[in-house]
Design a protein around this ligand. Structure first.
Ligand SMILES: [Zn+2]
Length: 342
């Protein structure tokens, strides 16, 4: 029997030496030391032995089991160490490699100006109203008191859809119409920021799409001097405390009286330069008192209510504020241009 034990021992050691990984060692453990393992099987023959033989044989089997067990563990440690070294080697970090550059984005100048405009008017108690970019002819023109033969209705100025019934809004005024229809006869104090579309030749100062912020106030006892005060406040917050404004008579279908609003030239501060054509003034927006027809179509009695409105071109403000000389830079997506607004 001793020979049998030594034989099993030799075979086990040989297998352990050749085991390639911890899984193979586990299999060996089960084969020789498990409940149904080869050494355990030998113990079942104890019953056939004499009283004197049994303790010696049992001790020898246990001694062999311990020996194999220790050798197995030793091999397992060696294999695990080798596996760990291999893993560390493959995951080695080269700290001398250059890092990856994270490119910083920038907020678009139109968005910068829009945010600032909204913040200025919110600070003066206005709320923000928004509407769809595709509008009905009624909201875009009729509700704004455009006569049917008004030149702006011409297909040359407007992108029409569906035989003239719907269109890409040419201004944000339809949001004023919607706000009045929704709120009449309650007072209104809103700004309507958004994108508008015109059929136009694109050059340094014209584009087929741009942004407007329109303002509308409807209430009882509304004064034009309030409008002037609010526009002055806006211009000074946007361009500087030394800015002045002036109103010149003008014509818009939706306001009466109407005014073009000029600000003192941001380049020469009123002294006169080539930019302002020596006048000292730059035209920046239009405004006026809401036309009685617009009030009536919006659901307000013009005998009781009055109001004023203004419309500001956001791109115009951005070009002036950042000294940009061509509106096309704003839509070309040239990273070198946009990077300057970080
Ligand atoms: Zn000037």
């Amino acid at each position: 029997m001793t020979d049998k034990i030594n034989q099993i021992k030799q075979i086990a050691l040989e297998h352990i030496k050749q085991a390639a990984d911890s899984k193979a060692l586990d299999d060996i453990r089960v084969r020789f030391l498990g409940k149904k393992g080869e050494l355990t099987d030998l113990l079942k023959t104890l019953g056939t032995m004499s009283k004197e033989e049994r303790p010696k044989f049992g001790a020898l089997v246990n001694e062999t089991k311990t020996f194999i067990e220790n050798y197995l563990q030793q091999q397992l440690d060696t294999l695990k160490q080798a596996e760990m070294n291999k893993k560390l080697e493959s995951e080695k970090i080269d700290v001398t490699l250059p890092g990856r550059i994270h490119r910083r984005g920038a907020i678009h100048p139109v968005k910068l100006v829009l945010d600032q405009m909204e913040s200025i008017f919110l600070g003066m108690g206005f709320t923000i109203a928004q509407g769809p970019e595709i509008e009905t002819d009624f909201n875009n023109f009729k509700a704004m008191n455009f006569q049917d033969d008004h030149p702006a209705r011409d297909a040359q100025d407007t992108f029409y859809i569906e035989n003239g019934k719907t269109l890409f809004r040419t201004h944000t005024s339809p949001v004023q119409a919607r706000t009045m229809q929704l709120n009449a006869p309650n007072p209104i104090r809103v700004i309507c920021p958004g994108r508008v579309f015109r059929r136009d030749d694109i050059d340094a100062t014209h584009h087929v799409q741009f942004h407007q912020v329109e303002g509308l106030l409807v209430d009882k006892d509304v004064k034009l001097s309030d409008l002037k005060g609010i526009l002055l406040e806006f211009v000074q917050k946007m361009f500087g405390a030394d800015m002045k404004i002036r109103l010149r008579p003008s014509f818009f279908p939706f306001t009466e009286p109407s005014a073009e609003v000029d600000v003192s030239c941001i380049f020469c501060h009123g002294d006169g330069c080539s930019f302002c054509k020596q006048s000292g003034w730059i035209e920046v927006l239009g405004a006026g008192c809401v036309h009685p027809n617009v009030l009536r179509l919006g659901g307000y009695d013009p005998e009781v209510f009055s109001g004023w409105a203004f419309g500001i071109g956001v791109e115009r403000i951005a070009l002036l504020k950042y000294g940009i000389n061509d509106i096309r830079y704003l839509t070309e997506g040239d990273v070198r241009f946009l990077e300057q607004f970080r």
